[in-house]
Design a protein around this ligand. Structure first.
Ligand code: AMP
Length: 281
């Protein structure tokens, strides 16, 4: 496995691989790798001739009051996990090379970026889309892997790829969870022991919602109210949003029909966690 910091070097390696007709599987991450990331990484390794994982804590997707500075960066542990998973290249660009002074170009996916997390984190998806577009340009991968954990991100990236005619296939992999249902996240390490227990309420509430749909309830409002009630029972929890939307255009739905995305963001103490499920009727 090789660790590449230089953008031009990474570009040259990827170009040489493409010229040799090798498929490139790409997994963009911010590091602090866990089993959720490893699901994507293993898939990329399995399905492609060459696998590339990027580790880059992207400054432009964090708001001024967010956790950019304290975001975990356990690089040597991450590299060991990538090596063990059979990754060929880990790309860790230097922030000052990635966004040199005078950097001016940003990509925005309208409307989809204003829903759900976009409403609470202005500018977040503009940062995400821009970093992913730049990484796609550098690597020109055959296939890129994203997690359903960040459902809105996956929808927005799909739209960017389609709107900008980018020649990359996208795969969205299922959410990997801890035993008690909590979705793996790099931010889970911020949680105290007590908060960690309370954090299971996100997936528990979604599970209850899934069962309500199974039992025949179709009124989205009723389901949202139930989810909020379950979450509010935990003292440490503060709800950012609970929404039921069309999984393709992220518009709120009133009645559950076809496929619906039930998504939520909840603060547990000072840590903001997200989770979601898709229900199908
Ligand atoms: P991040 O490092 O948080 O930017 O995440 C990198 C990729 O890993 C994104 O596509 C996430 O959706 C995905 N991911 C993060 N956590 C999980 C999880 N628990 N299950 C599946 N995918 C995940």
């Amino acid at each position: 496995m090789e660790v590449i910091r230089d953008i031009k070097e990474m570009q040259a390696i990827a170009r040489a691989m493409r010229m040799a007709d090798k498929t490139i599987g790409f997994v963009p991450t911010m590091g602090a790798l866990h089993k959720g990331h490893l699901g994507l990484i293993r898939q990329a390794v399995k399905e492609n001739d060459i696998s590339v994982v990027s580790i880059f804590v992207n400054p432009i997707q964090f708001g001024p009051q967010e956790d950019f500075r304290r975001y975990p960066r356990p690089l040597s542990k991450d590299l060991a996990l990538c090596r063990k998973a059979g990754v060929d290249f880990v790309f860790c660009p230097r922030p000052q090379d990635f966004y040199p002074s005078g950097y001016k170009t940003f990509i925005e996916v309208k409307e989809l970026s204003d829903a759900l997390c976009g409403a609470c984190r202005p500018g977040h998806f503009r940062g995400v889309v821009t970093v992913v577009a730049k990484l796609f340009n550098i690597l020109q991968p055959s296939c890129a892997y994203f997690g359903q954990k960040d459902a809105q991100q996956a929808v927005i990236i799909k739209k960017m790829v389609s709107d900008l005619n980018m020649p990359v296939k996208l795969k969205v992999m299922p959410i990997i969870r801890e035993k008690d249902g909590l979705a793996f996240s790099s931010r889970n390490i911020y949680l105290s022991r007590e908060q960690r227990k309370d954090a299971a309420v996100l997936s528990a509430a979604l599970h209850i919602a899934g069962n309500l749909v199974k039992s025949g309830i179709r009124d989205a409002h009723k389901i949202i109210r139930k989810i909020k009630g379950v979450i509010k029972a935990k003292k440490a929890a503060r709800i950012d949003y609970v929404s039921i939307v069309d999984p393709d255009n992220l518009r709120p739905v009133k009645k559950i029909t076809g496929r619906c995305l039930i998504a939520l963001a909840v603060w547990i103490g000072k840590t903001r966690l997200i989770d979601n499920i898709i229900v199908t009727v």
